[in-house]
Design a protein around this ligand. Structure first.
Ligand code: ZN
Length: 102
């Protein structure tokens, strides 16, 4: 019997030396007007989710956007190989290090 949901590949956490299966995707919604994408900042297992998120935020803050480009906050998304990046569900965070935007 085959399982109903087959993965074509096993996503691996992007943290150094970690070989756990990634269940989260770190990303920030990006747009230049007509196009909308999720800028990928790596994959994370539950243990490295916070570390990867913090690293992604540093990278994102160092990013220079071209005129017309806009980028949202870096968020954690639940990895789902059957959804397109822009359809991924963002995970609610309770981290005190991330104050809500005003
Ligand atoms: Zn990991």
């Amino acid at each position: 019997m085959e399982p109903p949901r087959r993965f074509h590949y096993r996503p691996i956490c992007s943290a150094p030396r970690c070989e756990e299966t990634a269940v989260y995707k770190i990303g920030a919604p990006w747009s230049d007007g007509p196009r909308r994408e999720l800028k990928n900042y790596g994959l994370a297992c539950p243990a490295h989710c916070e570390a990867q998120l913090a690293r992604a935020r540093v990278n994102r803050n160092g990013l220079k956007l071209e005129v017309g480009e806009s980028m949202g906050d870096v968020r954690v998304f639940r990895l789902d190989p059957f959804r397109r990046d822009t359809d991924l569900e963002s995970v609610r965070e309770d981290a005190p290090a991330s104050p809500p935007p005003d």
